[in-house]
Structures are given as structure tokens and as C-alpha cells.
Design a protein around this ligand. Structure first.
Ligand SMILES: Cc1cc2nc3c(=O)[nH]c(=O)nc-3n(C[C@H](O)[C@H](O)[C@H](O)COP(=O)(O)OP(=O)(O)OC[C@H]3O[C@@H](n4cnc5c(N)ncnc54)[C@H](O)[C@@H]3O)c2cc1C
Ligand code: FES
Length: 370
């Protein structure tokens, strides 16, 4: 009965310790409201899978859209953490989240229609896909990603990272590196036959994986198509006078999975600092002619760089590789704020709908009773 008179919003969110505040409209999640207000709230997947948008609810009530325990650690849940991308407000709230320092405003996302422009084979399971756009691409930062939808075919958006820096991208074009995922809806469609000319809708940019323009030495760790945003970030870095030392570790299974070698080689002569590209193969035959490094790419981080003091790290690719890399970097003493990453999560990582409702409700009750 009293629920009939419950306020539906809009509600106010005070963001600590930044002192920023925003208004969240009914039906909008907290992350959407923050991004709509130009606040650089950390985020990646926006579907509750990656945990990047984590914040601590200090006061007030929220309604969780998924079961947070699928993504957040027990200790985070105990501390009152929520996922901003999966939280609707039920009252004014106070939340605690580390926003990017400085006055950074992320580019505003837009939507552009276009068609698949063409393919270039990079490896046996990765292609470069060009999208030709009817209008200019929205402004983006190298490292960010776009959502792609194929109207009438794939309506649930799939995320792909821009493979070129804005400085090197052609006008009205966007370029992505896409890896085939067995059983995947989008990639089966894309790899099934030549889709050149098929309509696509591009929305973006999204994400807080982008180049921080400092002079700190850079460590980049990429796996598979995760080289796309790393390449874009490097293109942006070397489009300005750069004095940074840069190390790129690229994890692949065999020599067949290596690509962009010429592009990586070209970076060697671009900046005033040292640039090293180190491919690491995990499944290369012992009998092959490979003389480079072998093993898991993340195991080689501290072999290649013995002292990570002062480094800024960028990791991108399969979630297990990124998680392992983050653990290595934390153990080596790198501050959280110096570790930037995007995990290439897919539908298999999404919180399940079945348990969402029940445990989401339980979680809501727990949060409501705080
Ligand atoms: C921020 C971000 C950036 C990304 N950038 C890139 C990029 O630059 N390049 C790139 O190649 N990829 C990228 N990805 C991954 C990409 O968005 C897609 O997830 C990927 O291409 C797979 O899409 P798909 O439609 O082919 O597969 P999906 O249909 O999403 O399926 C993926 C896998 O999950 C399985 N699956 C589907 N539903 C379920 C279920 N309910 N339970 C269990 N398993 C299930 C499928 O069988 C398949 O094996 C990125 C992801 C994120 C989050
Ligand atoms: S951005 Fe919210 S969980 Fe990934």
C-alpha cells in the first residue's frame, strides 16, 4: 500500500571523495547517469560482468538489476560495494568511487549508421573489419570501444575496441580486430560469409581504457585481438613527441597467431625512448624454429621488467590473461591506479537471468536494510 506512494525519482547521487553530484532519472542506472553527465566513472562492459564500475554505497537505497555476487568478491559485498551499471536508485544516495584524477571528461557517446566495408585476414581466427560510416565517427580516445549491432540479425550489442587511434583512422571509418569465438552469434555471422555491404549500427565510444598522457614508462600486455586497443594506444602515444620507454608483451598460442609484427616494428623508430615488442608463445611446438619466449605471457612480465616502479600498465584481451596479469602487477607492488585494463568478456560471462531475480531480490533486501 505504502509502495504506491514510493518516490520514483529523480534521485541525487553524491560522489565521494570527488565532491561531484549528479541527478539520476527514473529508469537510468547510476553509471549511465554519470556518463551522461560527463563524469569519467570507471567502466568497461556495462552489463555487470567486469566489476570495473564498482563503488561503495555509503548511504541510501538502490535496486540491483543482477546478482552482484556473480561479479564482486565476498569482501567487496561485505564492504557494501555495488555495480553502478546495474543499480537503479530508490532514494538519494552517497557513493564512494575513485574517479580519474583531474578534470577528465569522457567523449560523449553517439550513434552512427554504416555498412561493413571489408575484411583483412590477420591470422587464421582474427580479421580486421572495416566499417564505412554514413557520418563522421563520434570523437573517441584510443583504447575505447564501440558497440556494434547488425539490425535485424544481431540486436544485442557486441563490443569491439577501436584498432586505430583517432589520429590514424580514416574519415567516416572505424576499424576493429575481431577474433572468431566458436558458438558465438556475432562472430559466426561475421566469419560465415563475406558480409561486405551489410548494414551495421555503431554506438560509442565507451570505456575508461585509454592512454594516460604521462611520461611514465609503459608496460602493455595483450592477448589475441586485445592487441587492437593496445595498437591504438601506441599510435596515439607516438603521434606526440614521446620519450617513454615502452614494452609490449604479446601472448599467443603459436607463431600462426602472431600478427601486426610490421606495425609493432615500426613503433621502434617513433619515440625517443626504448621500444621493445616481445611475443610469448604458449603452445608452440618444442621442435619448431621459434627462438623467442615461450610460456604464459603474464609469467614473463617480471622476467622482462624486473623493477616495475613508476610503470603504467595496460592490459587487454581474454579475461583469464588479464586477471593473471593484474595479480602479477599487484604482487610486484604496482598501484591500482597505474593498472588499466579491458577484459574481452562475452555472453558466457554475463550474470545469469535465472538467479538474478531471486538473489538480486535478496541482495536488494540486504541493501535496503542497511
Ligand atoms: C570492452 C570490450 C571490448 C571488446 N573488444 C573486442 C575486440 O576488440 N575484439 C574482439 O574480438 N572481441 C572483443 N570483445 C568481445 C566481443 O564483444 C564479443 O563478446 C565476442 O566477439 C564474442 O561475440 P559473439 O557474439 O560471437 O559471441 P556470443 O554470442 O557472445 O558467445 C560467446 C561464447 O559464449 C557462449 N555462450 C553464449 N551464451 C551463453 C550462456 N548463456 N552460457 C554459457 N555460454 C554462453 C557461446 O557459445 C560462445 O562460445 C570485447 C568485449 C568487451 C567487454
Ligand atoms: S561496467 Fe559495470 S560491471 Fe562492467
Amino acid at each position: 500500500m505504502f509502495g504506491l506512494f514510493a518516490r520514483k525519482g529523480p534521485f541525487k547521487a553524491d560522489i565521494k571523495p570527488s565532491g561531484k553530484a549528479l541527478t539520476v532519472q527514473p529508469g537510468d542506472n547510476l553509471l549511465k547517469a554519470a556518463l551522461d553527465n560527463g563524469i569519467a566513472w570507471p567502466h568497461s562492459c556495462r552489463v555487470g560482468s567486469c566489476g570495473t564500475c564498482k563503488a561503495r554505497l555509503v548511504s541510501g537505497k538502490i535496486k540491483p538489476l543482477v546478482d552482484f555476487s556473480y561479479t564482486l568478491e565476498e569482501e567487496d559485498l561485505d564492504a557494501g560495494c555495488i555495480l553502478a551499471c546495474q543499480s537503479l536508485l530508490k532514494s538519494d544516495i552517497e557513493v564512494e568511487v575513485d574517479l580519474e584524477s583531474g578534470e577528465l571528461v569522457l567523449p560523449e557517446p553517439g550513434q552512427v549508421e554504416g555498412v561493413i566495408g571489408g575484411y583483412r585476414r590477420l591470422t587464421h581466427d582474427i580479421v580486421e573489419v572495416g566499417v564505412r560510416l554514413n557520418d563522421p565517427l563520434p570523437e573517441y580516445l584510443a583504447g575505447q570501444y564501440a558497440e556494434l549491432v547488425v539490425p535485424g540479425v544481431i540486436n544485442e550489442p557486441r563490443n569491439y575496441s577501436f584498432a586505430r587511434a583517432p589520429e590514424t583512422e580514416e574519415s567516416r571509418s572505424a576499424t576493429f580486430f575481431v577474433r572468431y569465438v566458436p558458438g558465438g552469434v556475432m562472430t559466426t555471422w561475421l566469419f560465415g560469409e563475406d558480409r561486405t555491404g551489410s548494414p551495421v549500427t555503431l554506438r560509442g565510444p565507451f570505456g575508461t581504457f585509454f592512454l594516460r598522457e604521462t611520461d611514465a614508462p609503459m608496460l602493455c600486455v595483450a592477448g589475441g585481438s586485445g592487441l587492437a586497443p593496445i595498437k591504438a594506444v601506441l599510435e596515439q602515444e607516438f603521434s606526440r613527441p614521446s620519450r617513454r620507454n615502452v614494452t609490449v608483451l604479446f601472448g599467443a598460442r603459436t607463431q600462426e597467431d602472431l600478427y601486426c609484427l610490421d606495425e609493432m616494428k615500426a613503433f621502434e623508430s617513433k619515440g625517443a625512448g626504448d621500444f621493445q615488442f616481445v611475443p610469448v608463445l604458449s603452445l608452440e611446438s618444442e621442435q619448431s624454429d621459434w627462438e623467442g619466449r615461450r610460456g604464459n605471457v603474464t609469467d614473463t612480465i617480471t622476467e622482462v621488467i624486473s623493477n616495475l616502479d613508476g610503470y603504467e600498465a595496460y592490459l587487454c584481451g581474454p579475461p583469464p590473461m588479464v586477471d593473471a596479469g593484474i595479480s602479477v602487477l599487484r604482487r610486484a607492488g604496482l598501484e591500482e591506479s597505474k593498472i588499466h585494463f579491458d577484459k574481452f568478456l562475452d555472453s558466457s560471462h554475463k550474470p545469469r537471468a535465472g538467479s538474478e531475480v531471486a538473489s538480486g531480490f535478496q541482495r536488494e533486501r540486504a541493501l535496503l536494510s542497511r
